[in-house]
Design a protein around this ligand. Sequence first.
Ligand SMILES: [Zn+2]
Length: 165
Amino acid sequence: MALTSCQAQSQSSTSTEASVNTDSTLNVSKSEAEWRKELPHMACFVLREKGTERAFSGEYWDNHEPGMYCCAGCGQALFDADHKFESGTGWPSFFQPAEGTSVLEESDDSWGMRRVEVMCSACGGHLGHVFDDGPQPTGLRYCINSAALSFVQSDSTSVKGIQYD
Ligand SMILES: [Zn+2]
């Protein structure tokens, strides 16, 4: 008498290898000592101390692979490679956060400049700043430190290099 059992699909097929977290509430809270223990030096410097990596020094400013940029601190998906553009600044730049993701934005008047700081909405980690000189459609430029990001490449189901002749 089992009805429509053929509709049952395995829900577990989506891999959670990067533990992408799409919750938009601040749900990761760790002590600064815990962060320091878990994060690489540069990630800690950026995320927890609001540091800025040197231009052109990071891992991702010149990365053109398809995929998702997640928070290096907590794994929340933040920016989609589809929204990345060549800003020439030496930092990964996006014109909007990934679909369904909210980042925290707060005005930052440090260094005598009026800027808007961008933070991960899940763990509060500092990511970079957003400026209003970006390309269309948003006109925004999210200038993000590579060290605050962890890139998860899209599933490369079409692996290149294997050819059957
Ligand atoms: Zn985070």
